[in-house]
Write a protein that binds this ligand. Structure first.
Ligand SMILES: Cc1cc2nc3c(=O)[nH]c(=O)nc-3n(C[C@H](O)[C@H](O)[C@H](O)COP(=O)(O)OP(=O)(O)OC[C@H]3O[C@@H](n4cnc5c(N)ncnc54)[C@H](O)[C@@H]3O)c2cc1C
Length: 434
């Protein structure tokens, strides 16, 4: 054991990004993952949407800084030779506006932070996306609500367009890219091994115990276990020292073909539509993926054991999401069978992630990503590496939280906003919007 040895529990996009930034600071990292490959956990089923429409200034700054990593992906990774890189598709993002003064808070944040945006009239929205219906359909309802089709049909006020936003075409490949960069930098991976215990003594972490019975010694352990984050925090005995905790939430996203008369793959825009309670995005193969915007009427299935949950698309949720989408895109061809993916979000109490130390010396966490932090992997890796390095050099993160400055935007993020000890973030949407 060396004071620079780090075990990272998880080789998803977050664990791999943390490893890369730590390696570049001279740490010796080992990512342990129960899966046979990096990025096979919840990352694999991510919609990988990159948008900036968060409810707090810190959330927006992190996402705006974060998207530059995708824009500069190959140079950030610094890999040599022929590499199949994940691609950033910069198709832009729309937030549909119900009333003329809708989302003024968001626009004020965009102005003060410097996020480029355009305000689109209803007509501009329909000119650009002629397959869209231009009416309001609020409030969102479930398809089993007898009033599902009874909408007042008033005109939408328009939309907010951020041209820099988009999506990453292959989240698993992006994680494999990170893994290769970590290995190039000297970091290592131990796959097909499950962490079953956290070694500790005298108030300090000492490593991890594996299902094989092996013990790995390290003075630093990082919890990047995605939807299993609460399991690892309980193993470490740190949950009681957290005012914000995490839980696993089951979520479905569904896939549909684009209407024949329009290529959503080439000309579509990622759209957040709180009017009807969904978000949707272009997908390779001229398809559209639709997910829930977490309206209050949708069920939340909290999962006690993240190893056991129903991975089948449910009839009710599939119908709810695709019929909601058909309100915005009436010509969408709806297939008889529901196709899509089911996976877990790692949700924090206020849907804001926790990027922090813990009460156990040397034990850190990057958890509670709440269905919306794939986009931030690059910047979260940098933030966590800086936070860990500062703590290991004697800084007390609880008393003197790191002011993290992004390398691309020079924006400063107050990491107290991501503390495990924070008060519930009252500005949060308490949904995947963050
Ligand atoms: C359906 C869906 C859609 C999403 N859409 C978006 C989106 O559009 N935009 C966006 O920004 N974000 C989105 N997200 C969220 C984003 O995908 C996650 O925030 C991100 O992928 C989390 O990465 P992670 O590395 O923390 O978790 P994971 O990828 O789940 O990685 C955690 C790893 O830890 C391993 N592990 C767990 N316990 C143990 C153990 N005991 N021992 C060893 N290994 C262990 C797991 O095997 C897993 O590989 C979405 C998520 C889902 C599920």
């Amino acid at each position: 054991m060396n004071s620079k040895d780090v075990v990272i529990v998880g080789a998803g996009v977050i664990g791999c990004a943390i490893a890369l930034h730590l390696c570049r600071k001279g740490y010796r990292t080992l990512n342990v993952d129960r899966n046979p490959a990096a990025g096979f956990g919840s990352t694999a089923n991510s919609c990988a949407v990159v948008r900036f429409s968060y409810s707090t200034a810190n959330g927006i700054k992190l996402a705006f800084e974060g998207h530059h990593y995708w824009k500069h992906w190959a140079s950030f990774l610094g890999l040599e030779g022929a590499v199949d890189y994940a691609k950033y598709v910069q198709c832009g993002h729309l937030v549909v506006k119900t009333s003329a003064d809708d989302r003024q808070d968001l626009l004020n944040h965009y102005r003060s932070i410097g996020v480029p945006f355009e305000e689109w009239s209803r007509q501009k929205l329909l000119d650009r996306l002629p397959i869209y219906d231009g009416d309001r359909h609020a409030p969102p309802k479930r398809v089993d609500d007898p009033a599902f089709w009874e909408d007042r049909k008033e005109p939408l006020a328009g939309a907010i367009f951020t041209p820099d936003a988009g999506y990453v075409n292959d989240p698993q490949l992006a994680t494999q890219n990170l893994k290769r960069a970590v290995e190039t930098g000297g970091g290592r991976f131990l796959l097909k091994r499950t962490v079953t215990g956290i070694r500790q003594s005298d108030g300090r972490v000492r490593g991890v115990i594996l299902d094989s019975g092996e013990e790995l010694r390290s003075g630093i352990v990082v919890n990047a276990a995605g939807p299993h984050s609460f399991v690892i925090n309980r193993m470490a005995g740190v949950e009681d020292g957290m005012s914000i905790k995490t839980r696993a939430l089951r979520r479905e996203v569904h896939h549909l073909p684009s209407p024949e008369e329009f290529s959503f793959q080439d000309d579509g825009i990622v759209t957040s539509d709180s009017n009807i309670g969904i978000y949707f995005k272009p997908e390779p193969g001229n398809r559209i993926t639709v997910g829930s915007g977490d309206p209050a009427c949708d069920d939340n299935t909290w999962i006690e054991n993240p190893d056991e949950f129903d991975r089948n698309v449910s009839e009710l949720q599939w119908q709810t999401q695709v019929f909601r989408l058909s309100k915005r895109i009436p010509s969408i061809p709806i297939t008889n069978t529901g196709t899509g993916v089911v996976d877990l979000y790692d949700v924090a109490d206020d849907w804001t992630p926790i990027y922090d130390k813990s009460d156990l010396g040397g034990f850190y966490m990057a958890v509670g990503t709440s269905g919306h932090q794939f986009k931030n992997a690059g910047v979260v890796g940098a933030l966590m590496a800086e936070l860990i390095d500062a703590c290991e050099s004697g800084n007390d993160q609880d008393k003197n939280p790191l002011e993290f400055t992004g390398r691309y935007t020079n924006l400063t993020v107050d990491t107290a906003a991501f503390s495990r000890l924070r008060a519930l973030n009252a500005e949060s949407s308490f949904s995947v919007r963050g």
